[in-house]
Ligand binder design. Structure first.
Ligand code: ANZ
Ligand code: ZN
Length: 884
């Protein structure tokens, strides 16, 4: 017999080395078999793998190993999303170069990843900060520039006046710079943008075809793209109240039906009319300066209290020259959407209602819900945005919302008025489709990113860096002593001669948003060896799309949308011939853990705590001092709350297989999983149980006949059914990523095998030859079933069973379908159409036998209450209805 206990610490590195030496997970581009591309979102090299990574990569690994066994040419690569701010922060705080910091982290994390036993193709590895990667990104930027997909645009940015630097939205805290504490200003600056809005409609429509994406992700993308159909309306301004030179206000509305419920107009603080009015009104100017301080982040604007300032200007209602509406500057109207101006209808828009309630402007409902009396229908604190009929709306009264929208649009389209300053007549209303989606601003005033390959020349303006001068590499001799962009401060790097006129010029010192780096890495993995082009289109077209992409839901919007856009841009510039990069998308849940807090409020890690379970429930004790600590809520693992577990510790104490098994077993992969030491120990015990079970089976297998017996008795047949049943369920479960269900089936099947073994004497019971053969088959199938989840243990067991080669390279077992047919069926039993129970009968049972079985049921007798049976109707395989 082999060792009593399975020793993961000894076994796991040994198998990892062997897999490596044989390079069995490297996929070749000339492999003729059908391809399957599994990809997990590549990590940021922060320095250490966290437990969420372990979950993410284990999910992908199970699928990759399974598909490989099923005969696919599996592409399962790994790389590093290596540009970004933390490297610069490390440089500032610890005086280490961003490059050295990043590559050291990569080396450390790679070692950790290897210890998890992932079946990755490391031959394709790259980091996005490798010049051999970003060189191609720069080439694609230039291609996109030529194709009109990249442009310069003026954008408002958060400007820190003390640090003299641009801040990301997350660096603005309560309106102040995160480092300087200075009040942040909004500044307009020229930025590079990618023209994602050219694809707004297409990106929206194509979501319908992504049927292997979670609905919630598609919905989030839909909302982000935010298509609305509405009407542009030119409101005339009342000349007596309006600054000279202004005569009308154009608004965008999706609810022109509610025009007769209008109570006010509101414009953005950046609207030209607001700027004009503020020039003559210092109080207004002050108000505008105030509301601009909250930064550009949408989330802040959405949650800030609604505020407005009455400009004194009046707008004229488009259907009534005598109806004047006050024009406010309001903090909830954005310049970037629609026209930067609205009319407010408080009865049917909550934001507008909050606003009028604050400024006492009143409301008039114009849509009356079904079943409400228009005479008594009033709105107080809750706006009504549902369906109904038009009221208080003159010629619209009685119409549906849709009909009223149409009527208003028709009338205003037909009405013509001179355009300001031109005299040319134009319609007062114009239908318009608007998208929330903005062009993608990619300029970042940072050092550690991909340099934008253009040169600014005083004579020639923007000049692209010639293709043959790529890459524009980052200088390494940089200093982070001053705030702001180290590239900009570098003494020589930016000073160049203009490629066009040969005069003095400067390089662009902005680098690209790191989302650009991750918008095409999946395509690069198909041929990372190509030195002359971003992709080899023939290869990329064959290996793409990614069949199954796996990652966190936090990337459900931006990363996925940018990748979808970038793939289209690559198509437009000839680098790939498809539009959708990810055929299947899966968003995994988080790993969460209890929190522990000392009496003084400080947090302690799970490793420092012992849990005691006693009469009054669970108690947590700090091991070092014996003091009680409070058990707090279960939360996402985070450094600040210290509720993390270190994958290295787990692997050192239990082995990677246990960590993998636990991650997969406890909840469906798309839900959060609560880390629990007790359950991890449970997984560890299960590993040992499997080990014993396979060893015992191996002893029996030695005595089993070599050839498959011609017939099987009931015991042998039952075991074979259990084996092939499990094989069937686990196979289809893995395909659907229902891993926790698969694991339950594996457990159940292991129990069935144990029971057979328990029937004989230990250690090697004498079983009938057909049963021994079935045991051998069952043990082999069992090992293969858990091999994607616990590959190291599986290799060890495979060897014990005397199998040649590696289980990682073995073909998935064939399902014998005739063993799956159930011998019996369960039918629903009804009496006079009402369900009274069910009955299980042999599949081959005759109707007469079924009738007899049904009529003998107590529930049926009770329901009939002694009445005679008139008829029994048997619907084969489904229902028996007794008519009394
Ligand atoms: C009048 C109205 C009445 C509106 C009503 C809504 C409800 P979506 O669907 O997202 O496109 N709006 C337009 N431009 C805006 C801006 N720049 N900043 C803030 N809000 C703006 O939203 C369109 C609606 O959002 C428009 O329709 C407008 O308010 C507002 F009962 O017009 B509505
Ligand atoms: Zn020039």
């Amino acid at each position: 017999m082999t060792a009593e206990r399975y020793n993961a610490r000894e076994s796991e590195p040994r198998w990892q080395r062997l897999w490596d030496e044989k390079a069995i997970f490297a996929s070749r581009n000339d492999d003729p078999r059908p391809k399957y591309y599994v990809l997990e979102m590549f990590p940021y090299p922060s320095g250490r793998i966290h437990i969420g990574h372990v979950r993410n990569y284990t999910l992908g690994d199970v699928l990759a190993r399974f598909m490989r066994a099923r005969g696919y040419n599996v592409l399962h690569p790994m790389g590093w999303d290596a540009f970004g701010l933390p490297a610069e922060n490390a440089a500032i705080e610890r005086k280490v170069a961003p490059k050295a910091w990043t590559y050291d982290n990569i080396a450390a994390m790679k070692k950790q990843l290897r210890s998890i036993g992932l079946s990755l193709d490391w031959s394709r590895e790259f980091a996005t900060c490798d010049p051999s990667y970003y060189k191609h990104q720069q080439k694609m930027f230039l291609d996109m520039l030529r194709a009109g997909l990249a442009e310069r645009e003026k954008r408002k940015l958060n400007w820190d006046p003390v640090d003299m630097t641009v801040l990301a939205n997350e660096q603005v805290i309560d309106g102040r710079g995160w480092r300087s504490g200075a009040v942040v200003e909004q500044r307009e600056m020229s930025q590079w943008v990618f023209k994602i809005t050219k694809y707004s409609q297409e990106l929206l429509e194509a979501l319908d075809g992504l049927d292997r994406w979670p609905d919630k992700v598609r919905l989030m993308q839909r909302n982000w793209i935010g298509r609305s159909e509405g009407l542009l309306i030119r409101f005339a301004l009342d000349a007596a109240t309006t600054p000279a030179g202004e005569s009308e206000l154009k608004i965008f509305t999706t609810r022109p039906d509610t025009l007769f419920g209008a109570k006010f107009m509101a414009i953005s603080a950046d609207h030209p009319l607001a700027v004009d009015a503020a020039a003559k009104n210092p109080k207004l100017a002050e108000f505008i300066a105030d509301i601009k301080k909250i930064g550009t982040a949408q989330s802040i604007i959405d949650t800030a209290e609604k505020q407005g300032f009455d400009t004194g200007i009046k707008a004229v209602h488009p259907f009534d020259p005598n109806w004047k509406l006050p024009v406010y500057v309001a903090n909830f109207v954005l310049m970037e959407y629609g026209t930067g101006a609205i009319f407010g209808c408080p009865a049917h828009d909550q934001r507008d209602l909050d606003f009028v309630n604050k400024y006492d402007l009143g409301n008039t409902p114009v849509v009356c819900p079904e079943g409400q009396d228009p005479k008594t229908f009033v709105i107080t604190d809750v706006a009504y945005d549902g369906d109904g009929r038009m009221i208080n709306s003159r010629f619209l009264d009685g119409m549906t919302i849709e009909a009223a929208k149409e009527e208003v649009a028709k009338r205003l389209e037909a009405e013509l008025r001179a355009l300001p300053g031109e005299g040319r007549l134009a319609p007062v209303g114009e239908r318009q489709v608007n998208f929330r989606l903005r062009d993608w601003g990619i300029s970042r005033q940072r050092y550690w990113g991909c340099p934008i390959p253009v040169i600014h020349c005083p004579t020639c303006d923007v000049v692209p860096v010639p293709d043959d001068q790529l890459p524009v590499t980052l200088p390494e001799d940089v200093s982070f002593d001053k705030p702001g962009n180290a590239l900009d401060h570098h003494p020589t790097w930016k000073h160049v001669t203009c490629p066009k006129c040969g005069g003095k010029a400067v390089r662009e010192t902005d680098t690209m948003d790191t989302f650009v780096d991750s918008s095409w890495y999946f395509a690069r993995f198909t041929d990372p060896w190509n030195e002359t082009a971003p992709t080899t289109p023939a290869v990329a077209n064959r290996m793409m799309p990614v069949d199954q992409y796996i990652g966190g839901v936090e990337h459900a919007i931006l990363h996925l949308l940018y990748s979808r856009f970038f793939t289209r841009a690559m198509k437009a510039t000839g680098h790939i011939d498809m539009t959708e990069p990810f055929a299947g998308m899966f968003t995994q849940g988080m790993v969460v853990h209890e929190t522990y807090q000392k009496a003084d409020g400080s947090w302690v890690t799970p490793a420092e705590v012992k849990i005691e379970v006693g009469g009054n429930g669970r108690r947590a004790v700090l091991m070092a001092t014996g003091e009680d600590v409070a058990i707090g809520p279960i939360e996402k693992m985070s450094k600040s709350k210290k509720n993390t577990v270190d994958p290295d510790d787990i692997i050192a104490s239990y082995g990677a297989d246990v960590a993998r098994w636990f991650m997969l077993s406890d909840s469906p992969p798309d839900r959060d999983v609560i880390w629990s030491d007790e359950r991890v120990q449970g997984a560890s015990r299960f590993v040992q149980r499997l080990w014993r079970l396979v060893n015992e089976s191996a002893e029996i297998a030695k005595k089993a006949p070599a050839a498959r017996p011609a017939t099987f008795g009931p015991d042998g047949l039952a075991l074979r059914k259990a084996a092939h049943g499990a094989l069937d369920k686990v196979s289809s479960g893995i395909e659907r990523l229902h891993f926790n269900v698969c694991l339950a089936h594996i457990r159940e099947f292991a129990n069935a095998l144990s029971e057979v073994l328990a029937k004989g004497d230990k250690p090697a019971p004498d079983l009938a030859p057909d049963v021994s053969w079935a045991v051998k088959e069952a043990a082999t199938i069992l090992v293969q079933l858990f091999s994607p989840m616990m590959p190291h243990l599986a290799e060890e067991c495979w060897a014990v069973l005397g199998q040649t080669g590696l289980v990682s390279e073995a073909d998935w077992p064939q399902i014998e379908r005739d063993l799956l047919v159930e011998d019996s069926v369960t039918l629903v039993v009804q009496v006079n159409g009402k369900k009274r129970g069910d009955v299980t009968v042999p599949r081959a049972a005759q109707n007469a036998d079924i009738e007899a079985a049904v009529l003998a049921l107590d529930a049926v007798k009770a329901a009939l209450g002694g009445k005679p049976v008139r008829k029994v109707i048997v619907v084969p395989m489904r229902i028996v209805n007794v008519v009394g």
